[in-house]
Every structure is written in structure tokens, then in C-alpha cells.
Design a protein around this ligand. Structure first.
Ligand code: SF4
Ligand code: SF4
Length: 232
């Protein structure tokens, strides 16, 4: 299992691109917006991965910290060595998901909700985010305007130049069955389908610890649980 972690890291092309020789200067942490709010330090993550210490890397895969990165890639623009901590974190996340470590952290368990919303939206609707599937009840952070927009979408979208559910070119257009079939094929041949199954499988196993199965209520529970112990 531990050897597999290192193998998976080194075979990922993003790892090769993201980390060459970190000199531990901390510029990435200084520029990182996530580090300002979360208990998070991309410099430390680069240092651990560079060390090849498999126990510490495994701790990262189990940890909250790899889920704090906002993927803004500000670190890429500033690293004097051309490293990309944000991209390195995408590799760690993928390994954590593939090997089931993600269920051991509060933020990691939320990957089930991401898979069932954004992930499945791509396959089922051809969009990762679409007004039909961003439920105002699940996304209070969108504010009251979002709810109003959803309630009035048919009248509002043409005024914004959108072609809601129409079979033509433009924003919010209906996605044809042929296109959806093609997206499904791409997911199948590239391993995306298997990847999604793994997230479901490991989440289902973890749900047993909460005397649950990985049903909708469980997903909402892990999606909304907040220990309050993530920020500085
Ligand atoms: S800025 Fe680059 S060299 Fe400096 S700690 Fe971050 S990754 Fe390492
Ligand atoms: S990509 Fe992640 S690690 Fe890099 S600056 Fe943005 S939040 Fe920080």
C-alpha cells in the first residue's frame, strides 16, 4: 500500500511538472489566499512530498490540509523554482480518493457531495454547474438573488442572452443526447467512471461508521458538517 502511494505519485505527469526542487522558502505560503484563512501551508506540503517520507505522505492523504487549497494557482506565479504546489495538491487529492484515504477527514468526506453534484452533472447534464442543479437550499451562500433567479429563470435568461433549454448555440442550451453519450464514453475510457465508483465505494464503507449507508441524507450530513477547526 505504501509503495503504491509513491508509485502513484511518481507516475502522475502533474507531479513531474509540479515539483522539481523546493528550497522551502515559503513564498507560496506567503502568496496563498487559502493559507491566510485555513490552517494550511503549501510550503510544508511540498517539503513533505519532496522528502519521499511515505509515512508523512500517507498522513497528508488522510489529512484535512490537502482539501483547503482553492486551486487559484497564485503559487505557480511566484515560486522561484517554478514549482506548482496547487497542482501537486491535485495529485495528492487524486491518490487520496483512489486509495480511500479521503474518508478519514471531514473535508475529504465532502468529496462524495462533489462527485454527486459537479461530477455527475457533467455526465448527466453536460454541465458541471447549471441553474437547474444548484439548489438554493443547498447553497445559501449564493444569497437571495440566486433563489429569485431560479424562480424567474425563463423570463430572465433571454434578457441575459442565454438560451435556456433550447437546442441551439449559447449559454444554458440543451445538450444533445449524442454529446452526453460522448461524454459518458470519455469518462469510461479515461477511467473517470471507475474513479467515481471508488468514491462511492469508500464513502459507503465509511458511512457504516456513522450507522448509515451513503444515501442522500448521509451526503448532506458530510457536506454540511463543520467542526469549526479548519480556520486560523
Ligand atoms: S515557493 Fe516554491 S521553492 Fe518556495 S517553498 Fe513554495 S514550492 Fe518551495
Ligand atoms: S493553488 Fe492552492 S496552494 Fe496555490 S496559492 Fe492557490 S490556494 Fe494556495
Amino acid at each position: 500500500m505504501k509503495i503504491e502511494i509513491i508509485e502513484k505519485l511518481k507516475e502522475d505527469v502533474r507531479y513531474k511538472e509540479a515539483l522539481t526542487a523546493c528550497m522551502n522558502c515559503g513564498v507560496c505560503t506567503a502568496i496563498c489566499p487559502a493559507a491566510e484563512f485555513y490552517k494550511y501551508d503549501p510550503r510544508t506540503i511540498c517539503n513533505i512530498v519532496q522528502s519521499n517520507n511515505v509515512d508523512e505522505i500517507e498522513d497528508l492523504l488522510n489529512s484535512e490540509t490537502i482539501w483547503y487549497c482553492g486551486q487559484c494557482m497564485s503559487c505557480k506565479t511566484r515560486c522561484p523554482r517554478g514549482n506548482v504546489p496547487g497542482m501537486l495538491i491535485t495529485v495528492l487529492r487524486k491518490i487520496s480518493q483512489e486509495m480511500g484515504y479521503f474518508v478519514n477527514s471531514e473535508k475529504g468526506r465532502q468529496q462524495l457531495a462533489i462527485k454527486r453534484t459537479v461530477g455527475e452533472n457533467i455526465i448527466n447534464a453536460g454541465y458541471c454547474v447549471h441553474p437547474d442543479i444548484v439548489d438554493p437550499d443547498l447553497h445559501p451562500e449564493q444569497g437571495p438573488v440566486w433563489r429569485w433567479f431560479i424562480n424567474n429563470i425563463k423570463e430572465v435568461s433571454p434578457k441575459m442572452g442565454a438560451v435556456y433549454h433550447q437546442e441551439t448555440a449559447g449559454a444554458l442550451r440543451a445538450i444533445s443526447k449524442d454529446t452526453l453519450d460522448e461524454i459518458k464514453s470519455i469518462f469510461k475510457v479515461t477511467g473517470g467512471e471507475e474513479f467515481y465508483k471508488k468514491i462511492e465505494h469508500f464513502s459507503s464503507e465509511k458511512a457504516k461508521d456513522f450507522q448509515s449507508n451513503a444515501d442522500y441524507d448521509y451526503m448532506i450530513k458530510v457536506y454540511t458538517t463543520d467542526s469549526g477547526d479548519h480556520t486560523r
